[in-house]
Design a protein around this ligand. Structure first.
Ligand SMILES: CC(C)(COP(=O)(O)OP(=O)(O)OC[C@H]1O[C@@H](n2cnc3c(N)ncnc32)[C@H](O)[C@@H]1OP(=O)(O)O)[C@@H](O)C(=O)NCCC(=O)NCCS
Length: 211
């Protein structure tokens, strides 16, 4: 099943989800890639990463773009030539993009128990410690927090941002499907509006800076 879901966020913002069930060859036949992308593809170690990369191009094509409309800046942040903002994420079975008039960030994470073991590296949030340590909810919340921090980084991508020390996700309930976050870095505070949903055993987060 290729195209999976379109989530309309507002008039100028939408999230697009691709579920990767195709083979490498099926995807390769369908996407047109510029030389630099072909070189990147060839250099990728895992077929899973290659398929995620091509599924992103399928989502571009679904939206009337091709790989030729996409370029990366020196930090690895993707841009579209027509000025529409894009953010990209891929994880095993899914690739996602968000297109918007705002500077947006998106992240997709597979929910895994492992997140509990590494939480101390990225999460200081008070409510983390209020959750029952072995509940499914705990893994869900930690995965949201992780995703928010990746997505904030994709929006700001400033050298020196620490997930643990500079990005704070405000308390939320899973049923809310939204929260806010603060980036407090280099004496500047920036607020983000955060949205999240669960798709199968993945957590999808997208956000942008509140003005
Ligand atoms: C760049 C980063 C955010 C990518 O996130 P990820 O979860 O590893 O991978 P994802 O699939 O979600 O995202 C990958 C996409 O992010 C985009 N990306 C890469 N660098 C980016 C940047 N500097 N700014 C915005 N987007 C970026 C790219 O589109 C990339 O996919 P593509 O190259 O195939 O187009 C992440 O690797 C990173 O460097 N994080 C910050 C470092 C850090 O603090 N880590 C954790 C400490 S506890």
């Amino acid at each position: 099943m290729p195209f999976y879901q379109r989530i309309k966020v507002d008039d100028k913002t939408a999230v697009f989800v691709w579920k990767i069930t195709e083979s490498f060859n099926d995807l390769f036949r369908e996407v047109s890639l510029k030389d630099t992308s072909l070189a990147r593809l060839e250099g990728m170690k895992s077929e899973s990463h290659q398929k995620g990369f091509m599924a992103v191009r399928m989502l571009l094509q679904y939206n009337g773009y091709t790989d030729f409309d996409l370029y990366y800046d020196e930090f690895g942040k993707p841009h579209l030539k027509d000025g529409v903002n894009i953010s990209i994420s891929h994880s095993f079975d899914f690739s996602v993009i968000i297109l918007s008039d705002k500077n947006v960030g998106i992240d997709l994470e597979l929910r895994r128990d492992l997140v509990k073991k590494i939480a101390y590296k990225f999460a200081e949030e008070v409510f983390v410690y209020e959750c029952k340590d072995n509940s499914d909810e705990f893994v869900s919340k930690l995965t949201v927090i992780w995703g928010v921090k990746e997505a904030v980084f994709k929006v700001r991508n400033e050298i020196g941002i620490s997930f643990k020390d500079h990005i704070f996700v405000r308390p939320f309930e899973m049923k809310d499907e939204k929260t806010t976050a603060l980036l407090d870095f280099n004496s500047v505070e920036r607020e983000f509006l955060v949205y999240f949903i669960e798709i199968e055993n993945y957590t999808l987060v997208w956000l942008w800076e509140a003005k």
